[in-house]
Ligand binder design. Sequence first.
Ligand code: FES
Length: 115
Amino acid sequence: MSSLKAGKVGELEDGAMTSISTKQGDFLLARVGKNYYAADNRCPHMKGKLAQGTLEGTVVTCPLHGSQFDLKDGKVVRWLRGTGVLSRIGKALKSPKNLKTYRVQVKDDQLLIEL
Ligand code: FES
């Protein structure tokens, strides 16, 4: 298993998210209290950049169509926002898919995303 350096403890404010683009991929790093969470930065729906969305607790909302995922386990909280015809068509065309998450380890003040 490899790991990716993702900055130092305390660099990210509580409740904030950032993106980390590397050769290994595009990752999201979030801090909630003392806990750090990492996930793919690209939404499983149509690759919206999740780090540009919003974070409430551990739930991230995609800026494109409002899908929500819990960063604790990547589970879908909501698949696409809205209840209208367009939303129903969108949901029928593409079924919900969880977000891939990664463990974040803290080693000597360094954050490491376990890939
Ligand atoms: S790309 Fe994220 S909800 Fe559509």
